[in-house]
Design a protein around this ligand. Structure first.
Ligand SMILES: Cc1ncc(COP(=O)(O)O)c(C=O)c1O
Length: 337
């Protein structure tokens, strides 16, 4: 497996730090480390930077003058795609699906939406439940008819090219662990459109690392989530020339922490945000990383990780916080002294 064979733009800040979370570990009675992929760079960072290094390299190689992608209103992937497009001097158009029904002003114009626009992207809104890939194809055809060379990126950047970014992350993490003598018993992270987990599992299996990866779901039910990850991991392995390296049992997702639906904050997610912020000085987002962390915290409390050393992969997303301010009270933080 030789990732240098694939076109790539080296814009991410790598390697991302691998750090102990001492206060959270003490609180939960489990040794937990954090892989800081919230610090990958490009408009505050997050997991999409690694995927976009490969996707945007292909866009450039194809001579694109415009990139197009889609996601929910507060899509982190959209914001990071907009940042890459700005850096490369490409136009960027993002189709936003209203998956929450929130009328809140900040949800609809602050957080990632504000940053999309600051990076010069145009956005277009759609009601929830639309066939977004179909809408994106229609929009791309329209732009092509106007003379643009459009490169279309699937939601979340989750295809075998984007997943290469997380194959690379698996190599990076294992090399950090090996160099510092840190044995990893499990890797835990938020999973959604599946590219992050598919890349990690492919990378870990290809290296025969025997580090189990647990995705904590943020949208789909478990069978669907695991199947999506497995299908993409198989295609990614094929692309890399190691077809068959990932077995179905290598893909594990726990979807108990989705709550009422995609993008809807949960009580356990808000608690996770507060714990990471107050114990470790680390920011999570309500849609993804907080649900991943809520799973980590709950499973730790239930004793599922007893005796294990866990690495939590922080996939980013804190740029969305300004769009979710309604989800937080200020817990008597306004005081007069
Ligand atoms: C902050 C954050 N974490 C996790 C994910 C899930 O990653 P993936 O879509 O690759 O499964 C996303 C996807 O948008 C995200 O924005």
């Amino acid at each position: 497996m030789h990732l240098a064979r694939f076109p790539r733009l080296h814009l991410a800040h790598l390697p991302t730090p691998l750090e102990p979370m001492t206060r959270l570990s003490k609180e939960l009675g489990v040794e937990i480390w954090i892989k800081r992929d919230d610090c990958t760079g490009m408009s505050t960072g997050g997991n999409k930077t690694r995927k976009l290094e490969f996707l945007m390299a292909e866009a450039e190689a194809q001579g694109a003058d415009m990139v197009m992608t889609q996601g929910a209103t507060q899509t982190n992937h959209g914001r990071q795609t907009a940042a890459f497009a700005a850096k490369l001097g490409l136009a960027c158009h993002i189709l936003l699906e209203d998956r929450t029904g929130y009328q809140d002003g900040n949800y609809n114009t602050n957080g990632n939406v504000l940053l999309d626009h600051l990076h010069g992207a145009t956005t277009e809104k759609f009601p929830g439940g639309h066939d977004m890939p179909g809408e994106m194809e229609k929009a791309a055809e329209k732009k092509r008819a106007e003379g643009h060379n459009v490169y279309v990126i699937p939601g979340g950047g989750s295809n075998p090219i984007g997943a290469l970014g997380y194959v690379n992350a698996a190599f990076e993490l294992l090399s950090q662990a090996n160099n510092s003598g840190l044995q990893i018993d499990r890797l835990v992270h938020a999973t959604g459109s599946s590219g992050t987990q598919a890349g990690l599992v492919t990378g870990m299996c290809a290296m025969n690392a025997q580090v189990p990866v647990l995705g904590i779901g943020t949208r789909a039910p478990q069978p669907k989530q695991e199947q999506m990850v497995y299908d993409l991991a198989c295609k990614t392995a094929e692309k890399l020339g190691c077809a068959g390296v990932v077995k179905r049992e290598d893909v594990k997702a726990n979807t108990d922490y989705v709550g009422e639906g995609y993008g809807l904050p949960t009580k356990s997610g808000i608690e996770a945000i507060r714990m990471f912020a107050e114990l470790e000085g680390i920011l999570l987002d309500p849609c993804y990383s907080a649900k991943g962390a809520a799973g980590l915290i709950d499973l730790a409390r239930k004793g599922e990780f007893n005796g294990e050393r866990i690495v939590f992969l922080h996939t980013g997303g804190a740029a969305a916080l300004g769009g979710y301010d309604f989800a937080f009270d200020h817990q008597n933080r306004w005081v007069t002294v």
